[in-house]
Design a protein around this ligand. Sequence first.
Ligand code: AR6
Length: 173
Amino acid sequence: MPIKVVHADITRLAPDAIVNAANPGLLGGGGVDGAIHRAAGPALLQACRALPESATGVRCPIGEARITPGFALPARWVIHTVGPVWHGGDEGEAELLARCHRNALRLLRERALRTIAFPAISCGVYGYPAAQAAAVAVATLRDALAAADDDIEVTLCCFSDAMRAVFQQALAP
Ligand code: AR6
C-alpha cells in the first residue's frame, strides 16, 4: 500500500521530503509551519526568503508548492505548499487542496525522490473540516500515484489520534 496514515510529529519523520502547510509569504507561522521552521533551524527561513515573489509578499500562491532543503530536519527536503482557508466549501477549496497534493508530488517526482510525508493541510487554523480534507487528500494522491508507474510512498502524518482515525477512515476502501 503506497499510502499509510500515522500519528506523529512530522518534524521527526525521515522521508525524502516532508510537506509544510505554509502561508503564501513562506516566512513561517504557527502550527506545523512553526514546528518545521524550529526543527530545521534558521537556514530554512533564509532559504524561503530567497525564493522569488510572484506578487508582493507572495512566494507561493494557494495550491502551488516550492521546495527547499530540510537543513537540520531528518528529512532532506521540505516541500512548502499553501492550502486554502475554509470559507464553507463553495469557493473552490477542494480543488485548491487537491492542487497542493498534486503539486507536492510533482516536485517530488521532478527531483527523483521517492518518499514523502504530508501533514493535514488546511485542517488547523485554516479551518478545513477534517473528514472532507482527508477525502480530498486520499482521492488526489491515489489518482496521482496511479497515473505513473513509480514506487513513491506517501505517509499521511496526523498530529492527534482523532485526526489519524479520520484519515484512516478516508483510506478505508
Ligand atoms: N506534525 C504534524 N502535524 C502537525 C504538527 C506537527 N509537528 N503541528 C501541527 N500539526 P496548521 P493550516 C497539524 O494550522 O490549517 C500556519 O501558521 C495540526 O494539528 O499547521 O494549513 C501557516 O503559517 C493540523 O491538523 O496548518 C499558515 O498561516 C495540521 O497540522 C497556517 O498555519 C495543519 O494545521 C496554515 O494553516
